[in-house]
Design a protein around this ligand. Structure first.
Ligand SMILES: Cc1ncc(COP(=O)(O)O)c(C=O)c1O
Length: 400
């Protein structure tokens, strides 16, 4: 008997730990900006595996690189030099002002590495006792013990996992005075997302970033930018920190890096990277041949197809069109925001019904903070798909 949504759901309950609240949908295959369920129903994918598949699903060029590399070199360990890692690191460094890269497997692992690097830099290079990591309320940095502690949110994410690591403090989002008051001689780093993704698509106010930079000059802590979600062109610049004129000491990325394969990276200035020496940090699978080759090809395609510029243009188009809906439905939509193709439409009331109606109409997006429809489509998505989504939303809001 062929698989159905019900049969998949039932098997899932039996064998997988119950960590995910799943959508009422089982995906059988995916291509470009389309998902297909087990009945063959087609969905426009405005989620891209939560900001992961920037080039769309199942790109033939990436499948080819994957297959070729799988026959050449998959894993030998980081005891050996491997050219694939160098090709990737050189391409990554050409996109930013950082000088060194550490390759790993996920966003949380990248952030964990960034936190470790900041602390160790303070301890070993500066000889300083500063260990505290300051993060912003509403942030999301991952699910390892350190990164969930860094994540300044309440609720299930921390509940029952104590004792949590020490040395993490949070400050209110966008509050310059609170930041000034919180930074002291124990501050190793301030860690921020330029746009909080899980936190409801909230860009940091420009004045806040200016104040953060001024404070760094004064107090000499490190700035870590979490670009796990915002990196790889998603916001209309290769890195979101470019929008703000901020040069981080350390920044991380993951989601879009290998277009769906599990890969993360920590990037740092030469100075900050002095915090690690051989033996200080490692990852068995980090920078494996297949991952590195696919990530390098992903960067090539982003460049060749000018997808960073495309994200900026499509994002501006979307926001302009979505604002027309806001004018038309002022009682239903309260805010349209985002940068590039990291977009949020904040509804006036909890949006579960709207989200569900969109799904039934064949549009997959995400609802965060109960009221924010978050869209992180492939950077390759057609303009017509964005228009069709807005037309569907218009119809649903008109009926509600
Ligand atoms: C900003 C940010 N940081 C870190 C993470 C954690 O990444 P991962 O799930 O790959 O560990 C996420 C995941 O959503 C994220 O959005």
């Amino acid at each position: 008997m062929s698989a159905t949504y019900e049969s998949i759901k039932e098997r899932n309950e039996k064998v997988l730990m119950r960590t995910y609240g799943r959508y009422p949908l089982a995906i059988a295959r995916a291509k470009g900006a389309r998902l297909y369920d087990f009945d063959g129903k087609e969905y426009v994918d405005l989620l891209a595996g939560i900001a992961v598949c920037g080039l769309g699903h199942c790109r033939p060029e990436l499948a080819q690189v994957m297959a070729e590399q799988a026959e050449k070199l998959v894993h030998v360990s980081n005891l050996f030099y491997q050219e694939e890692q160098l090709v990737l690191a050189e391409k990554l460094l050409a996109t930013c002002q950082a000088d060194k890269v550490f390759l790993c497997n996920s966003g949380a692992e990248a952030n964990e590495g960034a936190i470790k690097l900041a602390r160790r830099y303070m301890a070993k290079v500066r000889g300083s006792a500063a260990r505290d990591i300051l993060t912003l309320e509403g942030s999301f940095h991952g699910r390892t013990l350190a990164t969930l502690t860094a994540t300044a949110q309440t609720g299930k994410i921390k509940d029952g996992f104590g004792p949590l690591p020490e040395g993490f403090r949070s400050v209110p989002f966008g509050d310059v005075c609170a930041l000034r008051a919180a930074v002291n001689e124990n501050t190793a780093a301030v860690m921020v997302e330029m746009i909080q993704g899980e936190g409801g698509v909230r860009p940091l106010p420009a004045e806040y970033v200016d104040a953060l930079l001024a404070l760094r000059r004064e107090k000499d802590f490190l700035i870590i930018v979490d670009e796990v979600q915002t990196g790889m062109g998603r916001t209309g610049r290769f890195w979101a920190h470019e929008h703000f004129g901020l040069a981080p000491d350390i920044f991380t990325t993951a989601k879009g890096l290998a277009n769906g394969l599990p890969m993360g990276a920590v990037m740092a200035t030469d100075e900050a990277a002095r915090g690690f020496e051989p033996g200080a940090h490692a990852s068995t699978f980090g920078g494996g041949g297949v991952l590195s080759a696919v990530a390098a090809k992903t960067i090539d395609i982003i460049r060749e197809e000018r997808l960073v510029e495309r994200a900026a243009e499509l994002g501006a188009f979307f926001q302009e069109e979505a604002r027309k809906l806001l004018t038309k439905h002022p009682d239903k939509i309260v805010h349209v925001r985002g940068l590039g193709l990291l977009l949020g439409i904040e509804l006036a009331a909890p949006g579960q019904d709207v989200w569900r109606a969109l799904l039934d109409a064949g549009f997959v997006c995400n609802l965060t903070h109960e009221k924010v429809l978050r869209l992180v489509p492939p950077l390759t998505i057609a303009r017509e798909d964005l228009s069709a989504f807005l037309a569907a939303l218009d119809g649903i809001l008109g009926r509600a």
